[in-house]
Ligand binder design. Sequence first.
Ligand SMILES: C[S@@+](CC[C@H](N)C(=O)[O-])C[C@H]1O[C@@H](n2cnc3c(N)ncnc32)[C@H](O)[C@@H]1O
Length: 275
Amino acid sequence: MTIQQFIKENIIKLKGITDIPQKELYILLGFVMQKDFIWLTLNNLYILKEEYLDTLNKYVELRANAYPIEYITGVASFYSEEFEVRDGVLIPRPETEILIDKAYEILSKISSPKVLEIGVGSGIISTMLAKKIPDIKIIAVDINPKALELSLQNALKHQVADKIEFRLSDMFENVQGEYFDMLVSNPPYIASDFVLPKNVTYEPKEALFGGIKGDEMIISMIEECKDRNIKYFCCEMGYDQKEVFMKEFLKYECEFEFYEDYSGFDRGFTLEFKG
Ligand SMILES: C[S@@+](CC[C@H](N)C(=O)[O-])C[C@H]1O[C@@H](n2cnc3c(N)ncnc32)[C@H](O)[C@@H]1O
């Protein structure tokens, strides 16, 4: 079977799964054959070796069952950079780029900022902040040891591992007595009864579900920031949680701003405690 025939035969299998079935098939071909897109299109009459075909068919089958392509290729593009991704750790979402920009806006005005990230996952937030801010120090925690391994790997890949300390911690449990200018987090914020789309079911539940209502972890973080004198809190949230957090903020002397994602849904906030 040639590359061209492989594309023609399999495109239908991915049509209900992705808006870009042809592109994804080229990604899989490139990944398996270690060739770039230009080579693949210039050599579309190349006859695929049996060993390539076996692997490709296995991957198409997985993808046809909505298994994320990032878990197959082991990489995701985020903030125009490449990050390692692996099964058992949440895949970066484009909207989290906005959270980084919001945190950066504040941190760029603080000299030698100290930041805590709760729920580091693949490390995208801490790594990007460390790349953008030369004199930053970050403590990044997660309850998932796989996430800590992967985020260290990504920090090393982007040469910022010296600015980030990774720690296994359930929320603030292993972060005691340290000073931070900011808490940044993209925590789990989905309600426990929400039915996930099939592709998302392959991702770890502890990265997605934030409690019965979904807002519990964020409310607890707001309270902890106040108690621990952390002046700024930048956080991603669910599209329907603005009202709940607004009510929380009104309990404190603070300034806050909500922001939307690329689709126009409420997606997060920045909070500054006063006094
Ligand atoms: C939505 S993911 C975000 C991952 C990454 N920061 C990102 O933006 O892609 C939430 C992360 O929080 C971690 N997490 C969940 N509960 C936690 C807890 N109690 N303490 C620390 N981390 C937690 C999960 O393991 C997961 O890596």
